[in-house]
Design a protein around this ligand. Structure first.
Ligand code: MIC
Ligand code: SF4
Length: 643
């Protein structure tokens, strides 16, 4: 039987389990990446493991999220990460060098290798034929220490691209079409492979836009073949020696096959507040726009930026619209300068922001109250922009420019003829934005710098078999980690200060949550389907742990968040019968029983008066042992003590 692209890479990296779909497998990880908002915690966890060097082929620490330095906190975090990186053998991508996924694609990604990153958009690397996963910080710390990364062997989906993209329709529209077809839950438990004749003409950057937004499908990851286009990109980045071709076998077996017809695809828009609320730009034409933001790890590559500059050239942004542009990396920015494209952007009235995540995570550029913001980003969750009542629409760079120029949502095909963009034979290469670590010998003398913002990681405790609990919160379907642990300029600086951060937990859903949870012994949360979708931030588990939450009972969980709950030692439990969700309310005080037995036997109970609700928990032996120990840190400590 033939293999898919992902199966070929998995086969080469399998260190535990078998390639049987639905069972747990352990993978050897070649590369890791962290960003600063999740990195501080990941490195505190790595330090707690007591090793003197990372064990991976390559580990990179990026500073790209928390770059607004309105106080000492973010700068403290940067310096902590810089010094940890220097000491433990990790490359350090300095603030200003660019967004982790964009820089990693340009300078470090290698087809056929494995990568995990403490950021949910790490699958961007799939654009290069790399098997890359978003993970919690603790999983990344373990991989840096040479440990395997465990996932459930996914199903394999294939999306074939037929035909050819037409004028003003681009990779972002393909990603939005996939979301329209599959929804934000449609990729759960699956790897999405892209194939078909339409793939050949897509540049690596276009492919990366698509794999980036596979995160919004809930997919374990997404991947493209590594082919002639990949070779050209690697050669243009001076890295042809790392190129390997990688295609799916003709007789590879897929669990689902979809097709997108590029000839008939239209410019699309995801409406507030979910990436799968997709309509055509035409249907939304005329909606007044206050702000347009171009950039983020989805659409900040050189081809995207050149296209934007060419469309803006000689024109002026509409009155009443504020246009921000954040190039994805220093390489992109310097080439915009070299080609004169930056001038076209500035000339049109764009506000040029630094090469960082910026507005995507509410780090500045929040829209006016009730404002409409069109963004080339990947997430439009409520409140994420930093303005609670703003309406964020997700669009391609073409549709973004059209709105910036007209002041209303506009089908970009009215812009006239498409400017032709030629991709460079060689990119300008200057890796001075990435600091190399010290040698093992010199590392001994390096002191890790810990400013007052560097705190501690909360540690879970072993669960009792019977617990008197209290429901501190009940929520609906599709709760995101942005609901659980909001980000934004005011909160993000405290990612390494869990007690302070905890004040904001679920703040937009229930402003009293933190206070209530802290005062409750054995608090539990009741969730709907797809609980914890979105980012990889383990803070969405660590903060509830700090607030005394012992279990989350939901209809289903998103993959990364469920792994983070297990790592933190919080029980993620699933209603055996979904209708039982209606039997339980906030303030109820059910008894959770058969906990330790149930971790092994597979069933626990929530008893509330007459009602005995069955909860299932299909954990692997490893997950069970982690939960019995009270989380991955106590589990690892126990393992070490046992020798
Ligand atoms: C996001 O896009 O939500 C983030 C911010 O990049 C997160 C990571 C974080 O919360 O720090 C992600 O995608 O994992
Ligand atoms: Fe940064 Fe936004 Fe990408 Fe997250 S989605 S890594 S915040 S640019």
């Amino acid at each position: 039987m033939g293999l898919t692209i992902a199966e070929k890479i998995i086969k080469n990296h399998l260190v535990a389990g078998e390639m049987v779909r639905g069972t747990e497998i352990g993978l050897r990880i070649d590369q890791t990446l962290t960003q600063d908002a999740t990195g501080t915690m990941a490195y505190l966890e790595f330090e707690a493991m007591g090793l003197d060097r990372v064990q991976t082929e390559l580990s990179v620490a990026y500073i790209d999220h928390n770059t607004l330095q309105c106080g000492f906190e973010n700068a403290d975090d940067h310096e902590y990460i810089r010094s940890v990186a220097e000491k433990y053998g990790i490359r350090f991508s300095r603030p200003g060098n660019g967004i982790c996924h964009q820089v990693h694609l340009e300078r470090f990604g290698i087809p056929g290798k494995t990568l995990i990153g403490s950021d949910s958009h790490t699958p961007t690397g799939g654009g290069l034929g790399m098997l890359s996963f978003g993970a919690g910080g603790l999983d990344v710390a373990v991989a840096m220490g040479g440990g395997a990364y465990y996932i459930t062997m996914p199903k394999m989906y294939r999306i074939n691209l037929k035909g050819c993209l037409t004028d003003f329709v681009s990779a972002k529209d393909i990603a939005l079409e996939a979301l329209r077809l599959l929804t934000v839950k449609g990729g759960v438990g699956a790897i999405v492979e892209w194939g078909g004749e339409g793939v050949q003409k897509l540049s690596v950057q276009e492919r990366a836009t698509i794999t980036n937004m596979g995160a919004e499908l809930g997919a374990t990851t997404s991947i493209f073949p590594s082919d002639e286009m990949t070779r050209k990109f690697m050669a243009a980045q001076g890295r042809e020696a790392d190129y390997v071709p990688l295609l799916a076998d003709e007789d590879a077996v897929y669990d689902k096959i979809l097709e997108i017809d590029l000839d008939t695809l239209r410019p699309l828009v995801a409406c507030p507040h979910m990436p799968d609320r997709v309509k055509t730009a035409k249907e939304l034409e005329g909606i007044k726009v206050d702000q347009v933001c171009i950039g983020s790890c989805t659409n900040s590559s050189l081809p995207d930026m050149l296209k934007v500059a060419a469309l803006l050239k000689g024109k002026t942004v509409a009155p009443g619209v504020s246009l921000s542009i954040s190039p994805g990396s220093r390489q992109v920015l310097s080439m915009l300068v070299e080609t004169g494209a930056l001038n076209d952007m500035i000339g049109a009235g764009a506000r040029i922001l630094e090469c960082a995540c910026g507005p995507c995570i509410g780090m500045g550029f929040s829209p006016r109250s009730g404002g409409v913001s069109l963004r080339t980003f990947n997430r439009n969750f409520e409140g994420r922009s930093g303005t609670a009542d703003a309406k964020v629409y997700l669009v391609s760079p073409e549709t973004a420019v059209a709105a910036a120029l007209t002041g209303v949502i506009t089908d970009p095909r009215v812009l006239g003829s498409v400017p032709s963009i030629t991709l460079p034979e060689t990119y300008s290469i200057d890796d001075s934005g990435v600091l190399l670590p010290a040698s093992l010998e010199d590392a001994k003398n390096i002191e890790v710098v810990r400013g007052p913002n560097i705190g501690k990681c909360p540690i879970g405790s072993a669960p009792e078999d019977v617990m008197q609990t209290e429901v501190v919160l009940k929520v609906e379907d599709d709760i995101t980690t942005d609901h659980i642990m909001p980000a934004g300029a005011k909160i993000l600086p405290f990612r390494s200060n869990i007690p302070y951060l905890s004040r904001f937990c679920f703040a937009a859903v229930d402003p009293m949550f933190a206070e209530h949870a802290k005062a409750t012994e054995n608090g539990i949360i009741i969730g709907g389907a797809n609980y914890g979708q979105g980012s990889s931030r383990e803070h969405a588990a660590l903060v509830p742990l700090y607030l005394g939450i012992r279990a989350v009972v939901a209809k289903s969980f998103s993959r990364i968040h469920m792994a983070n709950l297990i790592n933190a030692g919080i029980l993620p439990l699933i209603f055996k019968n979904e209708a039982d969700y209606d039997l339980i309310a906030k303030g109820d005080r059910p008894i959770l029983s058969n906990v330790r037995e149930g971790l092994i036997g597979g069933e626990m109970y929530l008893t509330l008066g007459e009602n005995k609700i069955s909860l299932v928990c299909r954990f692997t032996k490893r997950q069970r042992d982690i939960l019995l120990a009270g989380g991955l840190l106590p589990y690892t400590k126990n393992q070490k003590e046992k020798g």
